[in-house]
Design a protein around this ligand. Structure first.
Ligand code: ADP
Ligand code: MG
Length: 246
C-alpha cells in the first residue's frame, strides 16, 4: 500500500539547509490502522506532507499503491492527492458556509464525479459515524467531535487508498477523541479503509494495530499491538519515556 524508503527531506532557510527527515523507512499495509508518535519537531508533519504530495524531498522513495511519487509532475501529484488520499486535520478544515452533508460531498463535487453512488455513499458514511441526525446543520452548530467525524466522512467519500490524519484528536476532549478514533476503527472494519495517523495521544494510539515512534527525523522503534489496549498504552508510554531519557 504505502512504502517509504530511506526518505531524506531538508528545509532551506536562507543559505542554510536543515535536514528534518534523515532516512525514514516504513510501510503501511492495506487495511492497517497505524499511528506515528514522537516529540514535537521530530518530523511527523513533514513526513505526512511528503506522503501527501505537498512537499518535494531530496532523496529516497515513496510508493503509494502502484505509483512512485517522485516520478510524477505537479498535475499528476495533484491527481494522486485528490483521488487516492483522504485528509483529516487537527483543525477540521470544514467550510463554514456548507452543511455537514455538503462538506462531505465536496471532494466528489470538486472532482466532477457527482454521479452514481455519491448520495448513497454520503448516507452510509453519516450512518456509520453517527452524524446522520446533524447532516443538515452547519459547522458552527455542531460539536468538535461531530466536526471531526464529518471530516473523516469527507476523507472517505472518494474511496481513497489511504487516510492521512495529522493530530486528528489534538483539539478534542477525551470523549470526542474516542468517538473520532471509533470512526476510524469503523471505517477500517466496514469499508476496509487504511489509516495513517500522527498523534501525541497515547490513548488514541493504543487503538492502532501498530505504532511507529519517531525521534529526530528517524524511526526510533515500531511497536505492534498485541491486542490488549490498556497494556499497549502502558507499553507506548514506557517506550516514549525511554526514548526521551536516552
Ligand atoms: P512535528 O510534526 O513532529 O512536530 P515538523 O515536521 O512539523 O515536526 O517539523 C520538523 C522540523 O522541521 C522542526 O524543526 C520545524 O521547525 C522544521 N520545519 C517544519 N516546517 C518547516 C518549513 N516550512 N520551513 C522550515 N523548517 C520547517
Ligand atoms: Mg506536527
Amino acid at each position: 500500500m504505502l512504502h517509504v524508503k530511506n526518505l531524506h527531506k531538508s528545509y532551506q532557510i536562507g543559505k542554510q539547509s536543515y535536514e528534518v527527515l534523515k532516512g525514514v523507512s516504513l510501510s503501511v499495509h492495506a487495511g492497517e490502522f497505524v499511528a506515528v508518535m514522537g516529540p514535537s519537531g521530530s518530523g511527523k508533519t513533514t513526513l505526512l506532507n511528503c506522503i501527501s504530495c505537498y512537499l518535494p524531498f531530496q532523496a529516497g522513495e515513496i510508493t503509494l499503491g502502484d505509483v512512485v511519487l517522485a516520478a510524477l509532475d505537479e498535475d499528476e501529484l495533484a491527481r494522486v492527492r485528490n483521488t487516492k488520499l483522504g485528509f483529516v486535520f487537527q483543525d477540521f478544515m470544514l467550510l463554514d458556509g456548507l452543511t455537514v452533508r455538503d462538506n462531505i460531498l465536496l471532494p466528489r463535487i470538486i472532482g466532477g464525479d457527482t454521479g452514481g453512488d455519491m448520495e448513497q455513499t454520503a448516507d452510509q458514511l453519516c450512518q456509520l459515524f453517527g452524524i446522520a441526525h446533524i447532516q443538515d446543520k452547519y459547522p458552527a452548530e455542531i460539536s468538535g467531535g461531530e466536526k471531526q467525524r464529518t471530516a473523516v466522512a469527507r476523507a472517505l467519500i472518494n474511496h481513497p487508498l489511504m487516510i492521512l490524519a495529522d493530530e486528528p484528536t489534538g483539539n478534542l476532549d477525551s470523549k470526542s477523541s474516542r468517538a473520532v478514533i471509533a470512526s476510524f476503527e469503523r471505517a477500517r472494519q466496514e469499508l476496509g479503509a487504511t489509516i495513517f495517523m500522527v498523534t501525541h495521544d497515547s490513548f488514541s494510539a493504543s487503538y492502532c494495530d501498530r505504532v511507529i515512534l519517531m525521534r529526530d527525523g528517524m524511526v526510533y522503534r515500531e511497536l505492534p499491538n498485541s491486542g490488549n489496549r490498556s497494556a499497549f498504552q502502558d507499553e507506548l508510554l514506557s517506550a516514549i519515556k525511554d526514548m526521551s531519557g536516552e
